[in-house]
Design a protein around this ligand. Structure first.
Ligand code: BTN
Length: 238
C-alpha cells in the first residue's frame, strides 16, 4: 500500500490494543507517522474507560503523531481533524458528533481515542466495517449494515490520504481553516443536547463550534463554552 508522507504501516494479528503498540514505540523514540493495524484486539479500549469490542472483521488502527500546535491552537482540535478525515474517507452519509464520533443515520460507526504521553499523541480509531457491537449505551451501526462495502485496507488508505492533507493544513494554519468542513457534517447544531462535563450534565441548545474547537451551549439565556465533554442526545446515552 503506498501511503502519504510521513505514514508507514505495520500490520499485526491479534493484539491487546493497537494504542499499546504505538505507545510503546513512542517511548522508544519512534518518529511521527507509524501506523499499526491489528485483525483483532483482546483489550481494545474506548473513551471514558469503556472497552471497545474488537472481533476480527472491523478496522483497528492507531498511529503516532508528535504535534506542534500553532500558538493560538489547541492539540485537542486534532481529534476533530481525525474525525473529519475519517468521515470524508467514508463518504457522504458520514456525519460528525462533537468531539470525535462518526455517525451514520444517527448511529455510531466509528470511535476515536487520543492518548497523550509526553510529546507523543497516539490516535486510535475503530471502525465498524462488518460488526456493530451489542449492548452499547448508544445506537451503533456498521458500514456493511448501511450498505457500504469497504475493505479495512481500502478505508485506511483513503483515511490516511484525507488526514495527511488535513494535518498539513492544521500544521500550517490551525483548525480554523477546517472548521467549515467540520460544520458541514456536524449533527445536532441548533438542537437541545445534554453535555457530560466531568461529573456534571449540562442541558441546553448546541449553538456553535468555535475556531478553537470548543462548543457553545445556551441555557436560559446564558452561553457557556466547553472544550471537553461528551454529548448525550439519546435517552439511552449514559
Ligand atoms: C470511543 O470510545 O469512541 C473510542 C474507541 C477507540 C477504539 C480504537 S480501536 C483501535 C484503538 N485501540 C484501542 O484500544 N482503542 C482504539
Amino acid at each position: 500500500m503506498s501511503l502519504p508522507h510521513p505514514f508507514r504501516l505495520e500490520t499485526f494479528g491479534e493484539v491487546t490494543s493497537t494504542n499499546d503498540i504505538i505507545q510503546a514505540r513512542a517511548v522508544d523514540g519512534e518518529a511521527e507517522g507509524l501506523v499499526v493495524t491489528a485483525t483483532a484486539q483482546t483489550a481494545g479500549r474506548g473513551r471514558r474507560g469503556r472497552s471497545w469490542s474488537s472481533p476480527a472483521g472491523n478496522l483497528y488502527c492507531s498511529f503516532l503523531l508528535r504535534p506542534r500546535p500553532l500558538k493560538n491552537d489547541h492539540p485537542g482540535t486534532l481529534s476533530l481533524v481525525v474525525a473529519l478525515s475519517l468521515a470524508e474517507a467514508i463518504g457522504d452519509p458520514a456525519r460528525l458528533k462533537w468531539p470525535n464520533d462518526v455517525l451514520i443515520g444517527g448511529a455510531k460507526v466509528a470511535g476515536i481515542l487520543l492518548e497523550m504521553l509526553d510529546d507523543s499523541l497516539t490516535v486510535g480509531m475503530g471502525v465498524n466495517i462488518v460488526h456493530a457491537p451489542g449492548h452499547t449505551p448508544y445506537p451503533v451501526t456498521s458500514l456493511a449494515a448501511e450498505g457500504i462495502d469497504r475493505r479495512c485496507d481500502a478505508l485506511l488508505a483513503q483515511f490516511l490520504d484525507c488526514f495527511a492533507r488535513n494535518y498539513a493544513s492544521w500544521n500550517r494554519e490551525g483548525f480554523s481553516v477546517l472548521r467549515d468542513r467540520w460544520l458541514d457534517r456536524a449533527e445536532g447544531i441548533g438542537s437541545t443536547v445534554r453535555l457530560r462535563h466531568g461529573e456534571r450534565i449540562h442541558e441546553g441548545r448546541f449553538l456553535a463550534l468555535s475556531a478553537d474547537g470548543s462548543i457553545s451551549i445556551e441555557h436560559e439565556g446564558r452561553i457557556e463554552q466547553y472544550s471537553a465533554g461528551e454529548l448525550l442526545w439519546h435517552k439511552t446515552d449514559a
